[in-house]
Design a protein around this ligand. Structure first.
Ligand code: HEM
Length: 154
C-alpha cells in the first residue's frame, strides 16, 4: 500500500481532532452499531445496552479507547508500511477467532468516515474521504489475507 505524502498528511490532520477528544470516542461505536447492529452482538459485555446508554458505559469507553489507540498507532506508521502491516496482521489474528465477517469490517470503515465528518465539521472534503478510503481498504485487504491464511491452517 503506497499512500502519497499528501494523503498521509490529510489522514494525520483529520485524525488529530479525534485524538485530542477522548469523550468523542464512544460516538464511533454508536455510529458503527447503528449501521451494523449485528456487530454489537459480538460484544458480550454490552451486547444489549441501548445505543443511547452506550456513551456512558465504562466497558464501551475502554473498548473505544483500545480501538482508537490502535488506529492512532497505525497512523503513526503510515510512512513505514512494513511495521504498519505487521500491526494490522496482529489485530487480524486476534480478531479471527471472533468470526467477524469482512462486511462488518467494511461497516466499521464507513463508520470511521462518518465519525471523521462529524469531528472535522465542514472540512472533511472528497479528498479526505478518498485518502481514508484508500487506507481503510488497504487495512481490510490485510485483514482478509490474514483471515484466509488462518482459515487454511484450521
Ligand atoms: C480497524 C479495525 C479494528 C481495530 C483497529 C480493532 C481493535 C481492537 C482492539 C485493540 C481490541 C482489544 C484487544 C483485542 O482483544 O484484540 C479489540 C477487541 C475486540 N474487537 Fe476489534 N478492532 C477492529 C475491528 C473490529 C470489528 C469490525 C469488530 C466487529 C464486531 C470487532 C470486534 C471486537 C471484539 C468483540 C473485541 C473484544 C472486546 C472485548 O470483549 O474485550 N473489532 N479490537
Amino acid at each position: 500500500m503506497a499512500l502519497l505524502e499528501s494523503e498521509a498528511k490529510l489522514i494525520r490532520k483529520t485524525w488529530a481532532p479525534v485524538q485530542s477528544s477522548k469523550d468523542s470516542w464512544p460516538r464511533l461505536f454508536v455510529i458503527f452499531f447503528s449501521k451494523a447492529p449485528e456487530a454489537q452482538k459480538k460484544f458480550k459485555s454490552f451486547e444489549s445496552v441501548p445505543l443511547s446508554e452506550l456513551p456512558a458505559n465504562k466497558r464501551l469507553k475502554a473498548h473505544a479507547a483500545s480501538v482508537v489507540t490502535l488506529l492512532s498507532g497505525i497512523i503513526d506508521f503510515l510512512d513505514d508500511p512494513e511495521t504498519m502491516i505487521e500491526m494490522i496482521e496482529n489485530m487480524a489474528t486476534r480478531h479471527h477467532k471472533r468470526n467477524i465477517p469482512i462486511s462488518i469490517f467494511n461497516a466499521l470503515g464507513e463508520s470511521v468516515i462518518d465519525f471523521l465528518k462529524e469531528m472535522n465539521p465542514g472540512k472533511f472534503d472528497d479528498e479526505a474521504v478518498a485518502a481514508w478510503t484508500k487506507l481503510y481498504s488497504a487495512l481490510v485487504s490485510v485483514v482478509k489475507a490474514e483471515f484466509e491464511k488462518l482459515d487454511n491452517k484450521k
